[in-house]
Design a protein. Sequence first.
Length: 125
Amino acid sequence: MAPAKKKAAQAGEGLCQNGNENYVLRLYVTGLTPNSTRAIANAKALCEKHLHGRYDLEIIDIYQQPMLAKGEQIIATPTLIKKLPTPLRHLVGDLSNVERVLMGLDLHLKPDEAAATRSQSRPNK
């Protein structure tokens, strides 16, 4: 293993053991459509609440940078890609279901937060 890769692997192992992984996320959107706007707001809020200080969120408008979307094989938007920590994940939608997004990012809510999230997402009858 090359020295730089070995150091990166060791650093990644240390981060995993400490539970302080840094997240590299890319959100692909299509202009300022309602779904795109909602996904951007939801992604920023989620990152600030659950990954504060340990994330890099890049927002990519595929109308302005279509080659990036082609390279990532984006077929629907909005799409959030978790590049790091591994495994690579693709989440499609406006990211409004916080519990599912956190599960997709391999983050987990505390039991009281999960119950509160579920009760907020249920429609009133």
